[in-house]
Design a binder for this molecule. Structure first.
Ligand code: ADP
Ligand code: MG
Length: 242
């Protein structure tokens, strides 16, 4: 059973159709990269999966459960999904440790000591143990984004959604975040990432999905999609950006 199955997703904003019957399936331990022009709906898709946007039509299943059905508590779904956005949105008035433990303590009702032990372990694994008590503004952009990823991991998610997580970073800080994503993949985390870093998508993704016109126009292993795209629209997109 796939971790995530999206079928026939439709989303409009004021008459503009952004997702137009989109299908996407993500198997356990798989890394799926969403590529496509700016405005092609990558962020909207991720936001729909996390139930931050209401669908106009379609079904989203998480571990075989329809989470798009009426009456489903979005908070219960979001606890099983970690999402990280382009601009690291850490709480500026909380230390790194408090940023990470906030949801485990408030939402999952875990005791502070236990949440902090887990947070320090996660920070240690990504080489940020020494920054546990620092405030976000004392960290580099790359460190802040790594903390944002750790914060998403602290809920032990089934699925991680990463939306252009390196786009706001200075070029020299991109590498440390990409390394962290590589390590997550090695740990078997199931991930869907929107990216315009084609080199990274090629290296880390098991499956690349090219979005255009509100649908996945072409999907396949990166070597195939980048090397021998079958769709004219994919070829045109890749010609423009590579
Ligand atoms: P991408 O992430 O691929 O660049 P987005 O999902 O951000 O694409 O946007 C797809 C389209 O949906 C764009 O035309 C964008 O302007 C529009 N859009 C996204 N969110 C909203 C919103 N909340 N209200 C109105 N239009 C939106
Ligand atoms: Mg986007």
């Amino acid at each position: 059973m796939p971790v995530l199955a999206c079928r026939g997703l439709r989303k409009e904003f004021g008459g503009q159709v952004v997702l137009d019957g989109l299908d996407l399936t993500v198997a356990e331990h798989q890394v799926v990269a969403l590529i496509g022009a700016s405005g092609s709906g990558k962020s909207t898709l991720l936001r729909c999966v996390n139930l931050l946007e209401e669908l106009d039509d379609g079904v989203i299943e998480l571990d075989g459960t329809d989470v798009s059905a009426p009456g489903v508590d979005p908070d219960l779904v979001r606890r099983r999904i970690g999402i990280v956005f382009q601009s690291y949105n850490l709480f500026p008035h909380l230390s790194v440790l408090d940023n990470i433990t906030l949801a485990p303590r408030r939402v999952h009702r875990r005791p502070r000591a236990e949440a902090e032990v887990q947070a320090r372990e996660l920070l240690d694994r990504v080489g940020l143990a020494a920054r546990a008590d620092a405030y976000p503004d004392r960290l580099s952009g790359g460190q802040q984004q790594r903390v944002a990823i750790v914060r998403a991991l602290a809920n032990s998610p089934r699925l991680m959604l990463l939306d252009e997580v390196t786009s706001a970073l200075d070029p020299e800080l991109v590498g440390e975040v990409l390394t962290m994503i590589r390590e997550l993949k090695a740990d078997g985390m199931t991930m869907v990432l929107a990216t315009h870093e084609m080199g990274f998508a090629r290296e880390v993704a098991d499956q690349v999905c090219f979005l255009d016109g509100g649908r996945v126009v072409e999907a396949g292993p990166p070597a195939r999609v980048f090397g021998e795209p079958t769709e004219a629209r994919t070829r045109q997109f890749l010609r423009r950006i590579i």
